[in-house]
Design a protein around this ligand. Sequence first.
Ligand SMILES: Cc1cc2nc3c(=O)[nH]c(=O)nc-3n(C[C@H](O)[C@H](O)[C@H](O)COP(=O)(O)O)c2cc1C
Length: 486
Amino acid sequence: MPGPEGDNSIAREPLWHAYGRGDDRPEPPPWTWASTPPPDSHVPPDPPRPAGPSRVLPTGTAERLSALAYPRVPAAGPMAPDALPHALTAAFGPVRREPENPYNEHRPYASPRCLFPVHAFVGDGAAWRLLEPTRHALTGPDTGAPPTRIALTGRYTAIPVAYQWFRGSLVSIELGMVLRALSLGLELFGVPATLTPPSGGGAGLLRELGQERTWEWSLPWLVDVAGPGPVARAGRDAPAPAGDPSLADVVRVDREQAYPAGAAPLTTAVPAGLPDSPVAPDWAELLWRRHSGRMPRALHGMDSAPRPAPVPARHLAAALAWLGVPPPHPVLAAAFDAVTVTAVVQHVEGYAAGVHRFEQGAAHLRRADPTAPAGLEANYGYGLSPVNGCGIAKAPLTVFFSVRPRELSARLGPTGWGAAQLACGWAVHGLCLAAAAAGLFARPVRAFKEIPTKEVIGLAEDEAIVLSAVVGVPRDTGGDQLDLRT
Ligand SMILES: Cc1cc2nc3c(=O)[nH]c(=O)nc-3n(C[C@H](O)[C@H](O)[C@H](O)COP(=O)(O)O)c2cc1C
Protein backbone atom coordinates (compact mmCIF):
# COMPACT_ATOMS: atom_id res chain seq x y z
CA MET A 1 0.00 0.00 0.00
CA PRO A 2 1.32 3.52 -0.68
CA GLY A 3 2.83 5.01 2.47
CA PRO A 4 1.87 8.37 3.94
CA GLU A 5 4.77 10.36 2.43
CA GLY A 6 3.70 13.41 0.45
CA ASP A 7 -0.02 13.07 1.00
CA ASN A 8 -1.26 14.84 -2.08
CA SER A 9 -2.68 13.58 -5.32
CA ILE A 10 0.40 14.45 -7.36
CA ALA A 11 2.82 12.41 -5.24
CA ARG A 12 0.50 9.48 -4.50
CA GLU A 13 -0.66 8.83 -8.05
CA PRO A 14 2.31 6.74 -9.29
CA LEU A 15 2.32 4.84 -5.98
CA TRP A 16 -1.29 3.77 -6.44
CA HIS A 17 -0.54 2.74 -9.99
CA ALA A 18 2.44 0.64 -8.88
CA TYR A 19 0.38 -0.90 -6.06
CA GLY A 20 -2.37 -1.75 -8.52
CA ARG A 21 0.16 -3.48 -10.77
CA GLY A 22 1.42 -5.70 -7.93
CA ASP A 23 4.01 -3.75 -5.93
CA ASP A 24 3.04 -4.24 -2.26
CA ARG A 25 5.28 -1.48 -0.93
CA PRO A 26 5.66 1.12 -3.67
CA GLU A 27 8.38 3.68 -3.01
CA PRO A 28 8.09 7.27 -4.22
CA PRO A 29 10.09 7.58 -7.49
CA PRO A 30 13.22 9.74 -7.10
CA TRP A 31 11.72 12.57 -9.17
CA THR A 32 8.83 12.99 -6.70
CA TRP A 33 10.81 15.51 -4.67
CA ALA A 34 12.61 17.18 -7.60
CA SER A 35 12.06 20.91 -7.68
CA THR A 36 10.02 22.09 -10.67
CA PRO A 37 9.12 25.57 -11.95
CA PRO A 38 6.01 27.05 -10.26
CA PRO A 39 2.84 26.18 -12.24
CA ASP A 40 2.06 29.86 -12.84
CA SER A 41 5.29 30.24 -14.85
CA HIS A 42 4.16 27.56 -17.32
CA VAL A 43 3.93 28.69 -20.94
CA PRO A 44 1.65 26.36 -22.91
CA PRO A 45 3.10 25.04 -26.17
CA ASP A 46 1.93 26.47 -29.50
CA PRO A 47 -1.16 24.80 -30.99
CA PRO A 48 -0.15 21.59 -32.82
CA ARG A 49 -1.21 22.93 -36.23
CA PRO A 50 -0.67 20.77 -39.29
CA ALA A 51 0.39 22.75 -42.40
CA GLY A 52 -2.53 24.01 -44.46
CA PRO A 53 -5.27 26.61 -44.47
CA SER A 54 -7.57 27.47 -41.54
CA ARG A 55 -11.21 27.04 -42.60
CA VAL A 56 -13.81 28.71 -40.40
CA LEU A 57 -16.59 26.44 -39.10
CA PRO A 58 -20.24 27.33 -39.78
CA THR A 59 -21.88 29.72 -37.30
CA GLY A 60 -25.35 29.35 -35.80
CA THR A 61 -24.64 26.48 -33.38
CA ALA A 62 -25.85 28.40 -30.30
CA GLU A 63 -29.03 29.38 -32.16
CA ARG A 64 -29.71 25.74 -33.02
CA LEU A 65 -29.03 24.64 -29.45
CA SER A 66 -31.50 27.33 -28.26
CA ALA A 67 -34.16 25.66 -30.39
CA LEU A 68 -33.61 22.31 -28.62
CA ALA A 69 -35.64 22.14 -25.41
CA TYR A 70 -33.78 20.78 -22.36
CA PRO A 71 -33.82 17.91 -21.36
CA ARG A 72 -35.12 16.39 -24.56
CA VAL A 73 -32.72 14.79 -27.02
CA PRO A 74 -33.86 14.79 -30.67
CA ALA A 75 -34.77 11.42 -32.15
CA ALA A 76 -32.15 10.12 -34.57
CA GLY A 77 -33.02 11.08 -38.14
CA PRO A 78 -31.26 11.84 -41.40
CA MET A 79 -28.03 13.70 -40.71
CA ALA A 80 -27.93 17.34 -41.88
CA PRO A 81 -24.87 18.13 -44.05
CA ASP A 82 -23.27 20.47 -41.49
CA ALA A 83 -24.32 18.43 -38.42
CA LEU A 84 -20.78 17.29 -37.56
CA PRO A 85 -19.23 20.80 -37.50
CA HIS A 86 -22.11 22.00 -35.31
CA ALA A 87 -21.67 19.00 -33.00
CA LEU A 88 -17.95 19.86 -32.71
CA THR A 89 -18.77 23.47 -31.82
CA ALA A 90 -21.39 22.33 -29.29
CA ALA A 91 -18.76 20.12 -27.65
CA PHE A 92 -15.61 22.27 -27.83
CA GLY A 93 -16.56 25.82 -28.82
CA PRO A 94 -15.65 28.59 -26.36
CA VAL A 95 -18.71 29.71 -24.43
CA ARG A 96 -17.48 32.57 -22.32
CA ARG A 97 -14.65 34.78 -21.19
CA GLU A 98 -14.72 36.00 -17.60
CA PRO A 99 -12.27 38.93 -17.41
CA GLU A 100 -12.03 38.66 -13.62
CA ASN A 101 -11.37 34.92 -13.57
CA PRO A 102 -7.66 34.02 -13.28
CA TYR A 103 -8.38 31.23 -15.80
CA ASN A 104 -9.93 31.69 -19.23
CA GLU A 105 -11.55 30.86 -21.60
CA HIS A 106 -14.52 28.70 -20.72
CA ARG A 107 -15.80 25.84 -22.82
CA PRO A 108 -18.83 23.56 -22.34
CA TYR A 109 -16.67 21.33 -20.11
CA ALA A 110 -14.32 22.07 -17.21
CA SER A 111 -10.57 21.79 -17.63
CA PRO A 112 -7.75 22.19 -15.08
CA ARG A 113 -6.66 25.84 -15.17
CA CYS A 114 -8.44 26.11 -18.56
CA LEU A 115 -5.44 24.40 -20.15
CA PHE A 116 -7.54 22.08 -22.35
CA PRO A 117 -4.81 19.48 -22.90
CA VAL A 118 -7.14 17.23 -24.93
CA HIS A 119 -7.25 18.08 -28.63
CA ALA A 120 -9.54 16.91 -31.41
CA PHE A 121 -8.12 16.18 -34.85
CA VAL A 122 -10.76 15.86 -37.56
CA GLY A 123 -10.18 13.49 -40.47
CA ASP A 124 -11.84 12.80 -43.80
CA GLY A 125 -10.17 9.47 -44.59
CA ALA A 126 -7.38 11.18 -46.55
CA ALA A 127 -6.03 13.87 -44.22
CA TRP A 128 -6.34 15.23 -40.68
CA ARG A 129 -6.97 18.77 -39.54
CA LEU A 130 -6.72 20.29 -36.08
CA LEU A 131 -9.90 21.59 -34.48
CA GLU A 132 -9.00 25.03 -33.12
CA PRO A 133 -11.92 25.96 -30.90
CA THR A 134 -10.54 29.43 -30.16
CA ARG A 135 -10.25 30.27 -33.86
CA HIS A 136 -13.55 28.49 -34.59
CA ALA A 137 -11.72 26.72 -37.42
CA LEU A 138 -10.25 23.51 -38.76
CA THR A 139 -6.59 23.87 -39.73
CA GLY A 140 -4.68 21.54 -42.04
CA PRO A 141 -4.83 20.08 -45.55
CA ASP A 142 -8.24 20.76 -47.07
CA THR A 143 -9.14 17.89 -49.40
CA GLY A 144 -12.72 19.12 -49.88
CA ALA A 145 -14.05 15.79 -48.54
CA PRO A 146 -16.54 15.87 -45.64
CA PRO A 147 -15.12 15.09 -42.18
CA THR A 148 -15.89 11.58 -40.96
CA ARG A 149 -13.68 10.94 -37.96
CA ILE A 150 -12.34 12.58 -34.84
CA ALA A 151 -9.16 11.55 -33.02
CA LEU A 152 -9.06 12.60 -29.35
CA THR A 153 -5.60 12.81 -27.81
CA GLY A 154 -4.21 14.57 -24.75
CA ARG A 155 -1.03 16.65 -24.78
CA TYR A 156 0.91 16.05 -21.56
CA THR A 157 3.14 19.06 -22.18
CA ALA A 158 0.13 21.40 -22.07
CA ILE A 159 0.17 20.87 -18.28
CA PRO A 160 2.83 22.42 -16.01
CA VAL A 161 5.79 20.10 -15.24
CA ALA A 162 5.05 20.61 -11.53
CA TYR A 163 2.11 18.23 -11.96
CA GLN A 164 4.68 15.50 -12.69
CA TRP A 165 3.12 12.04 -13.13
CA PHE A 166 -0.31 13.45 -12.45
CA ARG A 167 -0.22 14.93 -16.00
CA GLY A 168 -1.18 11.48 -17.28
CA SER A 169 -4.19 11.28 -14.96
CA LEU A 170 -5.40 14.77 -15.84
CA VAL A 171 -5.26 13.88 -19.53
CA SER A 172 -7.22 10.64 -19.01
CA ILE A 173 -9.84 12.35 -16.84
CA GLU A 174 -10.28 15.12 -19.41
CA LEU A 175 -10.55 12.55 -22.20
CA GLY A 176 -13.56 11.12 -20.37
CA MET A 177 -15.08 14.57 -19.95
CA VAL A 178 -14.52 15.42 -23.60
CA LEU A 179 -15.97 12.09 -24.67
CA ARG A 180 -19.20 12.95 -22.87
CA ALA A 181 -19.25 16.52 -24.23
CA LEU A 182 -18.71 15.18 -27.75
CA SER A 183 -21.27 12.38 -27.33
CA LEU A 184 -23.79 15.02 -26.25
CA GLY A 185 -22.95 17.28 -29.21
CA LEU A 186 -23.29 14.39 -31.66
CA GLU A 187 -26.58 13.31 -30.08
CA LEU A 188 -28.05 16.81 -30.15
CA PHE A 189 -27.20 17.12 -33.84
CA GLY A 190 -28.37 13.58 -34.67
CA VAL A 191 -24.98 12.10 -35.60
CA PRO A 192 -24.56 8.38 -34.75
CA ALA A 193 -20.94 7.32 -34.26
CA THR A 194 -18.63 4.58 -33.06
CA LEU A 195 -15.75 4.70 -30.60
CA THR A 196 -12.46 2.82 -31.06
CA PRO A 197 -10.03 2.66 -28.10
CA PRO A 198 -6.28 2.76 -28.63
CA SER A 199 -5.14 -0.79 -29.24
CA GLY A 200 -1.42 -0.37 -28.88
CA GLY A 201 1.13 -1.21 -31.50
CA GLY A 202 2.77 2.18 -31.55
CA ALA A 203 2.58 5.82 -32.30
CA GLY A 204 1.62 5.51 -36.00
CA LEU A 205 -1.65 7.38 -35.65
CA LEU A 206 0.04 10.27 -33.81
CA ARG A 207 2.45 10.62 -36.72
CA GLU A 208 -0.50 10.45 -39.14
CA LEU A 209 -1.97 13.39 -37.17
CA GLY A 210 1.26 15.29 -37.89
CA GLN A 211 2.67 14.94 -34.38
CA GLU A 212 6.30 13.84 -34.63
CA ARG A 213 6.98 14.63 -30.95
CA THR A 214 4.85 11.61 -30.12
CA TRP A 215 5.89 11.61 -26.44
CA GLU A 216 3.86 14.78 -25.91
CA TRP A 217 0.63 12.88 -26.61
CA SER A 218 -1.59 10.07 -25.31
CA LEU A 219 -2.57 7.37 -27.81
CA PRO A 220 -5.76 8.59 -29.55
CA TRP A 221 -9.34 7.40 -29.12
CA LEU A 222 -11.22 7.48 -32.43
CA VAL A 223 -14.81 8.56 -33.01
CA ASP A 224 -16.08 7.60 -36.49
CA VAL A 225 -19.33 8.85 -37.98
CA ALA A 226 -19.17 6.84 -41.21
CA GLY A 227 -18.39 3.43 -39.74
CA PRO A 228 -15.06 2.49 -38.14
CA GLY A 229 -12.16 3.35 -40.43
CA PRO A 230 -8.64 1.95 -40.61
CA VAL A 231 -6.27 2.75 -37.73
CA ALA A 232 -2.59 3.40 -38.34
CA ARG A 233 -0.71 1.75 -35.50
CA ALA A 234 2.84 0.76 -36.27
CA GLY A 235 5.24 3.57 -35.54
CA ARG A 236 7.96 4.10 -32.97
CA ASP A 237 7.66 6.67 -30.26
CA ALA A 238 10.13 9.50 -30.39
CA PRO A 239 12.04 9.31 -27.06
CA ALA A 240 10.87 11.77 -24.40
CA PRO A 241 13.53 14.40 -23.70
CA ALA A 242 15.96 13.82 -20.86
CA GLY A 243 15.25 15.92 -17.79
CA ASP A 244 11.56 15.11 -17.47
CA PRO A 245 11.59 11.56 -16.06
CA SER A 246 7.99 11.64 -14.80
CA LEU A 247 6.80 12.41 -18.34
CA ALA A 248 8.80 9.49 -19.74
CA ASP A 249 7.05 7.25 -17.20
CA VAL A 250 3.61 8.69 -18.03
CA VAL A 251 4.20 7.86 -21.70
CA ARG A 252 5.39 4.35 -20.82
CA VAL A 253 2.21 3.67 -18.84
CA ASP A 254 -0.01 5.15 -21.55
CA ARG A 255 1.57 2.92 -24.19
CA GLU A 256 0.96 -0.19 -22.02
CA GLN A 257 -2.76 0.44 -22.25
CA ALA A 258 -3.57 -1.58 -25.34
CA TYR A 259 -7.30 -2.24 -25.40
CA PRO A 260 -8.06 -5.59 -26.99
CA ALA A 261 -11.54 -4.58 -28.23
CA GLY A 262 -12.32 -2.77 -31.49
CA ALA A 263 -15.06 -0.26 -32.28
CA ALA A 264 -18.42 -0.05 -30.46
CA PRO A 265 -21.32 2.40 -30.93
CA LEU A 266 -21.41 5.63 -28.96
CA THR A 267 -24.29 5.39 -26.51
CA THR A 268 -26.23 8.20 -24.87
CA ALA A 269 -24.72 10.93 -22.71
CA VAL A 270 -28.12 11.95 -21.26
CA PRO A 271 -30.24 9.97 -18.79
CA ALA A 272 -33.87 9.28 -19.64
CA GLY A 273 -36.70 10.82 -17.61
CA LEU A 274 -34.97 14.00 -16.41
CA PRO A 275 -37.19 16.73 -14.97
CA ASP A 276 -37.36 20.15 -16.64
CA SER A 277 -34.81 22.62 -15.36
CA PRO A 278 -35.98 25.67 -13.41
CA VAL A 279 -33.21 27.76 -15.04
CA ALA A 280 -32.35 26.23 -18.43
CA PRO A 281 -35.23 25.87 -20.88
CA ASP A 282 -32.91 24.74 -23.71
CA TRP A 283 -29.50 23.16 -24.31
CA ALA A 284 -27.81 26.46 -25.22
CA GLU A 285 -28.80 27.88 -21.84
CA LEU A 286 -27.72 24.72 -20.03
CA LEU A 287 -24.22 24.83 -21.56
CA TRP A 288 -24.00 28.58 -20.87
CA ARG A 289 -24.80 27.95 -17.22
CA ARG A 290 -22.22 25.22 -16.63
CA HIS A 291 -19.34 26.55 -14.60
CA SER A 292 -16.98 25.56 -11.80
CA GLY A 293 -17.79 28.38 -9.38
CA ARG A 294 -16.37 31.89 -9.46
CA MET A 295 -14.75 34.43 -7.19
CA PRO A 296 -14.74 38.23 -7.53
CA ARG A 297 -11.70 40.40 -8.27
CA ALA A 298 -9.40 37.77 -9.77
CA LEU A 299 -9.41 35.66 -6.62
CA HIS A 300 -8.81 31.94 -7.10
CA GLY A 301 -11.09 29.12 -6.04
CA MET A 302 -14.84 29.13 -5.44
CA ASP A 303 -17.37 29.92 -2.77
CA SER A 304 -20.81 28.52 -2.08
CA ALA A 305 -23.46 31.13 -1.26
CA PRO A 306 -26.10 30.61 1.45
CA ARG A 307 -29.44 29.30 0.16
CA PRO A 308 -32.62 30.44 1.85
CA ALA A 309 -34.21 26.99 1.43
CA PRO A 310 -32.74 23.48 1.10
CA VAL A 311 -31.90 22.23 -2.40
CA PRO A 312 -34.99 20.42 -3.72
CA ALA A 313 -34.71 16.62 -3.63
CA ARG A 314 -35.40 16.38 -7.37
CA HIS A 315 -32.08 18.06 -8.12
CA LEU A 316 -30.18 15.36 -6.26
CA ALA A 317 -32.28 12.69 -7.97
CA ALA A 318 -31.37 14.21 -11.36
CA ALA A 319 -27.66 14.30 -10.40
CA LEU A 320 -27.87 10.61 -9.48
CA ALA A 321 -29.41 9.92 -12.90
CA TRP A 322 -26.61 11.82 -14.71
CA LEU A 323 -24.01 9.98 -12.62
CA GLY A 324 -25.61 6.63 -13.46
CA VAL A 325 -25.26 6.82 -17.26
CA PRO A 326 -22.42 4.45 -18.22
CA PRO A 327 -19.78 5.63 -20.67
CA PRO A 328 -19.83 4.18 -24.20
CA HIS A 329 -17.91 1.06 -25.14
CA PRO A 330 -17.78 -2.14 -23.06
CA VAL A 331 -14.19 -1.45 -21.95
CA LEU A 332 -15.19 1.84 -20.34
CA ALA A 333 -18.49 0.48 -19.00
CA ALA A 334 -16.52 -2.30 -17.22
CA ALA A 335 -14.22 0.29 -15.62
CA PHE A 336 -17.23 2.42 -14.66
CA ASP A 337 -18.62 -0.60 -12.76
CA ALA A 338 -15.43 -0.66 -10.70
CA VAL A 339 -15.82 2.98 -9.58
CA THR A 340 -17.33 3.71 -6.15
CA VAL A 341 -19.20 7.00 -5.72
CA THR A 342 -19.34 8.48 -2.21
CA ALA A 343 -20.94 11.84 -1.44
CA VAL A 344 -21.10 14.26 1.44
CA VAL A 345 -24.56 15.83 1.46
CA GLN A 346 -26.09 18.70 3.46
CA HIS A 347 -29.04 21.09 3.06
CA VAL A 348 -30.78 18.83 0.53
CA GLU A 349 -34.48 18.27 1.12
CA GLY A 350 -35.19 14.73 2.30
CA TYR A 351 -31.54 13.65 2.64
CA ALA A 352 -29.76 13.35 5.99
CA ALA A 353 -26.61 15.43 6.33
CA GLY A 354 -23.62 13.10 6.18
CA VAL A 355 -21.86 10.53 4.05
CA HIS A 356 -23.85 8.68 1.39
CA ARG A 357 -22.92 5.96 -1.08
CA PHE A 358 -24.39 6.56 -4.54
CA GLU A 359 -25.35 3.21 -6.03
CA GLN A 360 -27.70 2.23 -8.81
CA GLY A 361 -29.33 5.62 -9.05
CA ALA A 362 -29.98 6.05 -5.30
CA ALA A 363 -28.23 7.59 -2.29
CA HIS A 364 -27.67 5.24 0.67
CA LEU A 365 -26.79 6.88 3.98
CA ARG A 366 -23.54 5.47 5.37
CA ARG A 367 -23.06 7.84 8.29
CA ALA A 368 -25.16 10.76 9.49
CA ASP A 369 -22.58 13.48 10.17
CA PRO A 370 -23.34 17.19 9.83
CA THR A 371 -19.63 17.95 10.46
CA ALA A 372 -18.46 16.04 7.37
CA PRO A 373 -18.45 19.09 5.00
CA ALA A 374 -16.24 21.06 7.41
CA GLY A 375 -14.02 17.96 7.73
CA LEU A 376 -13.60 17.94 3.95
CA GLU A 377 -12.73 21.62 3.77
CA ALA A 378 -10.11 21.19 6.49
CA ASN A 379 -8.37 18.61 4.27
CA TYR A 380 -8.51 20.48 0.97
CA GLY A 381 -5.28 21.82 -0.49
CA TYR A 382 -6.61 25.29 -1.39
CA GLY A 383 -8.42 26.45 1.73
CA LEU A 384 -9.86 29.87 2.42
CA SER A 385 -7.09 32.51 2.29
CA PRO A 386 -6.72 36.16 1.33
CA VAL A 387 -6.25 35.09 -2.32
CA ASN A 388 -8.53 32.06 -2.51
CA GLY A 389 -12.19 31.30 -1.90
CA CYS A 390 -13.30 27.91 -0.61
CA GLY A 391 -16.95 26.92 -0.25
CA ILE A 392 -16.61 23.23 0.56
CA ALA A 393 -17.89 23.49 4.14
CA LYS A 394 -21.00 25.27 2.82
CA ALA A 395 -21.56 23.25 -0.39
CA PRO A 396 -24.69 21.07 -0.50
CA LEU A 397 -22.80 18.21 -2.17
CA THR A 398 -19.23 16.97 -2.62
CA VAL A 399 -18.81 13.79 -4.64
CA PHE A 400 -15.82 11.41 -4.62
CA PHE A 401 -14.99 8.81 -7.26
CA SER A 402 -12.71 6.05 -6.00
CA VAL A 403 -11.34 2.68 -7.12
CA ARG A 404 -9.47 -0.27 -5.64
CA PRO A 405 -6.35 -0.24 -7.85
CA ARG A 406 -5.42 -3.90 -7.20
CA GLU A 407 -8.91 -5.12 -8.02
CA LEU A 408 -9.08 -2.88 -11.10
CA SER A 409 -5.84 -4.27 -12.37
CA ALA A 410 -6.88 -7.87 -11.67
CA ARG A 411 -10.13 -7.36 -13.60
CA LEU A 412 -8.99 -5.18 -16.47
CA GLY A 413 -5.21 -5.54 -16.68
CA PRO A 414 -3.06 -2.57 -17.70
CA THR A 415 -6.03 -0.76 -19.30
CA GLY A 416 -7.91 -0.58 -15.98
CA TRP A 417 -6.02 2.45 -14.67
CA GLY A 418 -6.70 4.75 -17.62
CA ALA A 419 -10.17 3.35 -18.32
CA ALA A 420 -11.27 4.14 -14.75
CA GLN A 421 -10.00 7.71 -15.10
CA LEU A 422 -11.91 8.12 -18.36
CA ALA A 423 -15.02 6.67 -16.70
CA CYS A 424 -14.69 9.15 -13.80
CA GLY A 425 -14.23 12.04 -16.25
CA TRP A 426 -17.34 10.93 -18.09
CA ALA A 427 -19.30 10.76 -14.81
CA VAL A 428 -18.07 14.10 -13.48
CA HIS A 429 -19.06 15.91 -16.66
CA GLY A 430 -22.56 14.50 -16.22
CA LEU A 431 -22.56 15.87 -12.67
CA CYS A 432 -21.43 19.27 -13.97
CA LEU A 433 -24.40 19.37 -16.37
CA ALA A 434 -26.78 18.21 -13.62
CA ALA A 435 -25.55 21.05 -11.42
CA ALA A 436 -26.04 23.58 -14.23
CA ALA A 437 -29.62 22.36 -14.72
CA ALA A 438 -30.24 22.88 -10.98
CA GLY A 439 -28.78 26.42 -10.99
CA LEU A 440 -25.69 25.20 -9.10
CA PHE A 441 -22.01 24.99 -9.99
CA ALA A 442 -19.86 21.88 -9.95
CA ARG A 443 -16.08 22.14 -9.63
CA PRO A 444 -14.04 19.02 -10.38
CA VAL A 445 -11.12 19.01 -7.96
CA ARG A 446 -8.18 16.78 -7.14
CA ALA A 447 -6.60 18.85 -4.38
CA PHE A 448 -7.91 16.88 -1.37
CA LYS A 449 -5.28 15.40 0.95
CA GLU A 450 -6.16 11.82 0.39
CA ILE A 451 -5.46 10.06 3.67
CA PRO A 452 -7.54 12.26 6.07
CA THR A 453 -10.23 12.78 3.41
CA LYS A 454 -10.70 9.03 3.16
CA GLU A 455 -11.31 8.99 6.91
CA VAL A 456 -14.06 11.62 6.58
CA ILE A 457 -15.85 9.70 3.83
CA GLY A 458 -15.14 6.22 5.21
CA LEU A 459 -13.05 4.69 2.41
CA ALA A 460 -10.92 1.60 3.10
CA GLU A 461 -7.12 1.61 3.12
CA ASP A 462 -6.87 0.03 -0.35
CA GLU A 463 -9.21 2.55 -2.02
CA ALA A 464 -7.74 5.43 -4.06
CA ILE A 465 -9.57 8.67 -4.80
CA VAL A 466 -9.54 9.27 -8.56
CA LEU A 467 -11.48 12.53 -8.66
CA SER A 468 -13.92 14.63 -6.71
CA ALA A 469 -16.32 17.49 -7.44
CA VAL A 470 -17.74 20.21 -5.22
CA VAL A 471 -21.33 21.16 -6.06
CA GLY A 472 -22.15 24.58 -4.65
CA VAL A 473 -24.50 27.53 -4.85
CA PRO A 474 -23.09 30.21 -7.19
CA ARG A 475 -22.40 33.58 -5.59
CA ASP A 476 -22.85 36.80 -7.48
CA THR A 477 -19.35 38.12 -8.18
CA GLY A 478 -20.45 41.21 -10.10
CA GLY A 479 -17.92 40.28 -12.81
CA ASP A 480 -18.61 40.48 -16.53
CA GLN A 481 -19.27 37.39 -18.61
CA LEU A 482 -18.43 37.88 -22.27
CA ASP A 483 -20.50 35.67 -24.56
CA LEU A 484 -18.19 33.95 -27.10
CA ARG A 485 -20.74 31.56 -28.56
CA THR A 486 -21.08 31.24 -32.31
C1 LIG B 1 -9.71 17.22 -13.67
C2 LIG B 1 -9.88 18.58 -13.09
C3 LIG B 1 -9.25 18.90 -11.89
C4 LIG B 1 -9.41 20.17 -11.32
N1 LIG B 1 -8.81 20.42 -10.12
C5 LIG B 1 -9.05 21.60 -9.48
C6 LIG B 1 -8.58 21.82 -8.16
O1 LIG B 1 -7.93 20.96 -7.56
N2 LIG B 1 -8.87 23.02 -7.58
C7 LIG B 1 -9.61 23.98 -8.21
O2 LIG B 1 -9.87 25.04 -7.64
N3 LIG B 1 -10.09 23.78 -9.48
C8 LIG B 1 -9.85 22.62 -10.12
N4 LIG B 1 -10.38 22.39 -11.37
C9 LIG B 1 -11.33 23.38 -11.93
C10 LIG B 1 -10.80 24.18 -13.10
O3 LIG B 1 -9.80 25.08 -12.68
C11 LIG B 1 -11.95 24.91 -13.80
O4 LIG B 1 -12.78 23.96 -14.39
C12 LIG B 1 -11.45 25.86 -14.84
O5 LIG B 1 -10.92 27.00 -14.24
C13 LIG B 1 -12.53 26.28 -15.83
O6 LIG B 1 -13.59 26.93 -15.21
P1 LIG B 1 -15.09 26.62 -15.65
O7 LIG B 1 -15.28 25.15 -15.41
O8 LIG B 1 -15.94 27.52 -14.79
O9 LIG B 1 -15.23 26.94 -17.12
C14 LIG B 1 -10.20 21.15 -11.98
C15 LIG B 1 -10.83 20.83 -13.19
C16 LIG B 1 -10.67 19.56 -13.74
C17 LIG B 1 -11.37 19.23 -15.02
